[in-house]
Design a protein around this ligand. Structure first.
Ligand code: F6P
Length: 326
């Protein structure tokens, strides 16, 4: 079986671990594995070469992606899709495995209408916003990166007894903000999944101060409906008549050595993708739900919404101590 593999969209830590597992397990089962460079655009530009076991040495511990990535506008067009399908057909590829986020799953779904080869997606995004897997590859590393940064911000916030708004990534989803906010004891977490007004936020911050909190951390998801952290800080500052400090963590969240969790998940899903191909299972994204390996049709990965942990969500005020009567 001749298999192409690519990474697309925002890179995420442990994409490399997935590429390594796909390559080595694939070769073990007599597949020929070809790496495509620069995401879907790499198919259109015919930038690819065959991988062997040694090509994927010394990448397991590295962030980023050895195949490089991209977001291709050309691939989204009818002509682009037809061109990609022709190339894959002409080069006699049997299958394509793409690692990425929801844009990647959209791309695979669109390609399936033009090419009759086998298609499999792997969830590679720090945002964790794909249905069909409890966790996406890279999410754990990103939240640990953010956690590390927030712990440091907490030190300086305490020294000055300041209010800090810290913006994290996540696109339209609040998974990063939610997990990091819980793990750093944030007084409030602003996310697209929950609606909070400036008045409510001001109330939380005031209460936290009344409870003699030495610092107040608010975690803001970049996709929050109130706007970005600077906009929110401005409005909040005016309301509570205090200068608010802002820190936007940005791309630091996406880099660095992947955690054990991400390397293990990526390796497991990469190996499973090959197993699926060998068994003739295709047309969806592989993932792990409640410890079990699954394949979910591409469309379901973005049309079904993965919820935040509702029970933990309900505990936020209790955990931050704001609702306590002592
Ligand atoms: O989807 C991953 C992600 O890091 C988002 O959290 C963020 O909004 C976006 O990518 C940034 O994209 P770019 O790398 O194109 O700036």
């Amino acid at each position: 079986m001749k298999v192409a593999v690519l990474t697309s969209g925002g890179d995420s830590p442990a994409m490399n671990a997935a590429i390594r597992a796909i390559t080595r397990v694939g070769i073990h089962h007599n597949c020929e594995i070809f790496g495509v460079f620069g995401g879907f655009q790499g198919i259109l530009n015919q930038q690819y070469h065959e991988l062997n076991s040694r090509s994927v040495s010394r990448i397991l511990h590295r962030g980023g992606t050895m195949l490089t990535t991209g977001r291709s506008e050309e691939f989204k067009t009818e002509e682009g899709l037809k061109k990609a399908a022709k190339f894959l057909k002409d080069q006699q590829f049997d299958a394509l495995i793409a690692i990425g986020g929801d844009g990647t799953m959209h791309g695979l779904d669109a390609l399936s209408k033009h090419w009759d080869g086998w298609l499999i997606g792997l969830p590679g995004t720090i945002d964790n916003d794909l249905y069909g897997t409890d966790y996406t590859i890279g999410f754990d590393t990103a939240i640990n990166n953010a956690l590390d940064a927030l712990d440091k911000i907490r030190d300086t916030a305490e020294a000055f007894q300041r209010v800090f708004l810290v913006e994290v990534m996540g696109r339209k989803a609040g998974f990063i903000a939610f997990h990091v906010g819980i793990a750093t004891g944030a007084s409030a977490i602003l996310m697209p999944e929950t609606k909070t007004t400036i008045e409510e936020l001001a109330d939380v911050v005031t209460k936290a101060k009344e409870k003699s909190k030495t610092s107040v951390l608010v975690v803001v998801a970049e996709g929050d409906e109130l706007g970005n952290a600077h906009v929110i800080a401005n409005a909040l500052g005016k309301r509570i008549k205090e200068e608010i400090r802002v820190s936007v963590l940005g791309y630091i969240q996406r880099g660095g050595n992947p955690t054990h969790f991400d390397r293990y998940l990526a390796t497991r899903l990469g190996a499973y993708a090959i197993e699926c191909l060998l068994e003739g299972k295709q047309g969806g994204m592989v993932g792990e739900m409640h410890g079990e390996l699954k394949m979910t049709p591409f469309k379901d990965t973005w049309t079904h919404k993965k919820p935040l942990d509702q029970w933990m969500l309900g505990l936020l005020d209790e955990l931050s101590g704001i609702s306590s009567t002592d």
